[in-house]
Design a binder for this molecule. Sequence first.
Ligand code: HEC
Length: 175
Amino acid sequence: MGSDSRVTFARWSQHFVKNSIGAMLPLRALFQALRWRALICWLCIALSSGIPAVAESHGDTTGKSWHAPKSCIFIRNPVPATRASISKGEQIYKARCIGCHGSSGHGDGPDASQLRVHPARLSGERVQEQTDGLLWWKITFGKRPMPGYGFRLSSTDRWHVINYLRTLAENKPQR
Ligand code: HEC
């Protein structure tokens, strides 16, 4: 009787181990499948938001519209528009942007006439009403013929330039 029950216990525990491992296998497969699915889902999100926008910023030369990912609206400018920042931005603008965009940001720099696409009027409302985050994204990636400055200027320098661009506004926004 006693030995019987021990045998049953041994059998039961064997059974238990076999079953639980057996049960764990499909569970692991399920987790893996879910992980893959999460990865694919993440890839889809990345593809549908960032990557086409990046590709578009280089590929679309028609100059009609320049789409940036909507999430850029929420990127906050981490550099306060102090006098030092604005004058740093001015230096960068005069070295890098003035040729196309002109000294007052009217899009009338000396190189502008050689471009197929007219440089944007940075002083105008259409540009000025965009958020810093959006402008930062556009300056980072560029759009032909405008070069991207992601590798040419540090992130902080791009924010300095934006702080300077705000001083070029024809109609100073009431913020
Ligand atoms: C080679 C000429 C060139 C240079 C240099 C250049 N840009 Fe541009 N930029 C353009 C052109 C052309 C466009 C218009 C592109 C379009 O809309 O297709 C433009 C557009 C823009 C826009 C427009 C955005 C919009 O919403 O339409 C911003 C902001 C801008 N430039 C900022 C800068 C800054 C800042 C620099 C210097 C760091 C700079 N650009 C240097 C040619 C240039």
